[in-house]
Design a protein. Structure first.
Length: 323
């Protein structure tokens, strides 16, 4: 099998804890060449932990000829600059969500990737966890009857004050972070062509700390989405039908050895169904690999545009409440 030679741009926590170990576990399809950091100390830390080359400076990673693709766990506010440079250097890119600050920026990046015939993919790893196949099987068998409502919630308690998610120029705010999961999952189940009905963002220091949005799809089914950085922890989606109800409790962040639980209510009975453990980071990387090998880029590029359009709709049309 042809190996994709990959470099990591940035030493974010998600790279260290989850993505780099997943890349290394797939050594039959990926060769992890190097990781780039802004500082020498951080580059050396990753070199020591993972026994890979540490590079100081993102430009020094991009210009290398022995790298085919880049995994980019940088904050959203830095994506435009570094995705543009990576595309100019003919690198495929897997970037953390949200990929773009707004729809206009997403369009520019997607069009450039299309022109260069390169894969640009957004890391929504949860879509590749096997627990969701069970939910789709219930829907395909019409176990819930007709869908009446889709609901998703993703939020968590406050982060450290110096976290980049509180910095507007870096793409801070819950909309481009926690809300992105809820928007992506509602598209997955109810389609990309959804219209915003209402939205509220609760603002502090020009950052949206938490919020809510309501969409309606072409079949007039409503999605209710809630998200935030100042919330009791929730990480779920719920599908309410005419004959039953289903909840995925740990929809977005199950760990590799976790057995997520699906709650199915039907005919007056409630079942808590334990799903198999799965590593959605590994599964996503396999999709990234297969898409490059098979020149299958268009679906991922369309996903980026649909996602960014809905997030931009929320931001531009939301009632903004200062708190």
């Amino acid at each position: 099998m042809k190996k994709i030679r990959i470099g990591v741009m940035g030493g974010a926590s998600i790279a260290e804890r989850l993505m780099i170990p997943a890349i290394l576990s797939l050594n039959e399809i990926f060769e992890l060449v190097a990781i780039a950091s802004r500082t020498y100390d951080n580059a050396q830390k990753f070199k020591k932990i993972f026994n890979i080359e540490g590079i100081v400076g993102y430009d020094n990673l991009i210009k290398r000829n022995d790298i085919d693709a880049i995994y980019m766990p940088l904050p959203t506010g830095l994506h435009k600059e570094w995705i543009n440079k990576a595309i100019d250097a003919n690198k495929h890119i897997l970037a953390e969500k949200s990929l773009a600050m707004n729809f206009k920026e997403a369009q520019e990046l997607v069009n450039k990737a299309k022109d260069k015939k390169l894969l640009l993919m957004e890391n929504f790893m949860f879509r590749y966890h096997s627990q969701h196949k069970y939910v789709f099987s219930l829907l395909e068998n019409i176990e819930l009857g007709d869908i009446r409502l889709f609901r998703s919630q993703f939020g968590f308690p406050p982060l450290n004050d110096d976290n980049f998610r509180y910095k507007k120029d870096l793409g801070g705010g819950s909309l481009l972070d926690a809300a992105a999961y809820t928007v992506r999952v509602c598209q997955w189940f109810l389609g990309e062509k959804q219209k915003l009905l209402s939205a509220v963002l609760y603002m502090k220091n020009d950052i949206d700390l938490y919020g809510n949005a309501v969409f309606i799809n072409k079949d007039d089914i409503v999605s209710q989405l809630s998200f935030g950085f100042d919330n009791y922890y929730k990480c779920n989606y719920e599908i309410w039908g005419s004959k039953g109800n289903i909840v995925a409790e740990r929809a977005f962040t199950p760990k590799e050895k976790d057995n997520p639980v699906i709650i199915l209510e039907k005919n007056g009975n409630t079942e808590r169904i334990k799903m198999e453990a799965d590593n959605h980071f590994v599964n996503l990387l396999k999709e990234f690999y297969n898409s490059i090998i098979n020149d299958n880029y268009s679906l991922h590029l369309e996903d980026i545009l649909n996602q960014s359009r809905m997030l931009t709709d929320i931001y531009e049309n939301a009632i903004k409440v200062n708190i």
